[in-house]
Design a protein around this ligand. Structure first.
Ligand code: IPE
Ligand code: IPE
Ligand code: MG
Length: 244
């Protein structure tokens, strides 16, 4: 692809995979058909990112707020998740992908928790791309839980208030140890975060496309990366400083 540099790849890409419902509705299909196609799109993006050598990929798969959707849709999504994770285990081993779930995992159905924990254990020693699925995820809840864990350490006398730093907070998040996303992609044209990675995206580059998630493919992903590569990341400095 023209202008695509393999040297300047984002280390970590996060994706808000949105638009499954609208994709299906525009075809007069049930929403669930959109989710099924969405799984295919996710599989392709995982494959391409892993082949490109991206260090980490975080996919917003199910938010805490999504629990309030109709029960039938939630049940179907949980079913897809369980069967998809089972069927992708061999691909992950083959590609050396390390899997990690981020979110309030205890809220998921028992059978899904089991598959998630098994897959984390099975892939723990892999050294390729880290694949994080955000499941039952809420960034505000993540930050609240981090606050509680830190407060508990202080209460237990293990930590002094003066020693609390940004690193302390980072280490208490679900995503601890993973560099912040360099690039955040959101499909379906919505320009919002929907409670995703609020702490981690402080200096992330945002890319929004009107493409609905089930239609998102390799070409769209490479276009997002190419656009990212054209950005000047200043981190609060001046252009002159960054260039120098
Ligand atoms: C994203 O697609 C998948 C989930 C949130 C689980 P949506 O289901 O939100 O699709 P739209 O936004 O209704 O089109
Ligand atoms: C965000 O999409 C959550 C996921 C993609 C899993 P939503 O469809 O839930 O977000 P809103 O409701 O449009 O903000
Ligand atoms: Mg949506």
């Amino acid at each position: 692809m023209e202008g695509f540099e393999l040297e300047n790849l984002p280390r970590h890409i996060a994706v808000i995979m949105d638009g499954n419902g609208r994709w299906a509705e525009s075809r007069r299909l049930g929403r669930i058909r959109g989710h099924r196609r969405g799984v295919e799109a996710a599989r392709e993006v995982v494959r391409v990112c892993s082949e490109l050598g991206i260090g980490a990929l975080t996919l917003y798969t199910f938010s805490k707020e999504n629990w309030s959707r109709p029960k039938k849709e939630v049940d179907m999504l949980m079913g897809f998740l369980e069967s998809h994770l089972k069927s992708e285990a061999s691909m992950m081993m083959e590609k050396g992908i390390r899997f990690r779930a981020v979110g309030n995992i205890g809220e998921l159905p028992e059978s899904v928790i089991r598959v998630v924990r098994d897959l984390e254990a099975e892939t723990a020693a892999n050294t390729g791309m880290l694949l994080q699925l955000a499941l039952s995820y809420s960034a505000r809840e993540e930050i609240t839980e981090a606050c509680k864990a830190i407060a508990q350490k202080v209460a237990d006398g293990e930590l002094n208030v003066e020693d609390i730093s940004e690193e302390t907070v980072e280490a208490a998040l679900y995503t601890s140890g993973v560099p912040d996303p360099d690039l955040l992609i959101r499909t379906s044209g919505e320009i919002r975060l929907s409670n995703f990675l609020l702490w981690q995206v402080a200096y992330t580059e945002f890319y929004v496309t009107d493409v609905l998630w089930p239609d998102f493919n390799r070409k769209h992903l490479l276009e997002a990366i190419r656009c990212y590569q054209g950005r000047e990341r200043r981190f609060g400095l001046t252009t002159e400083q960054v260039a120098g």
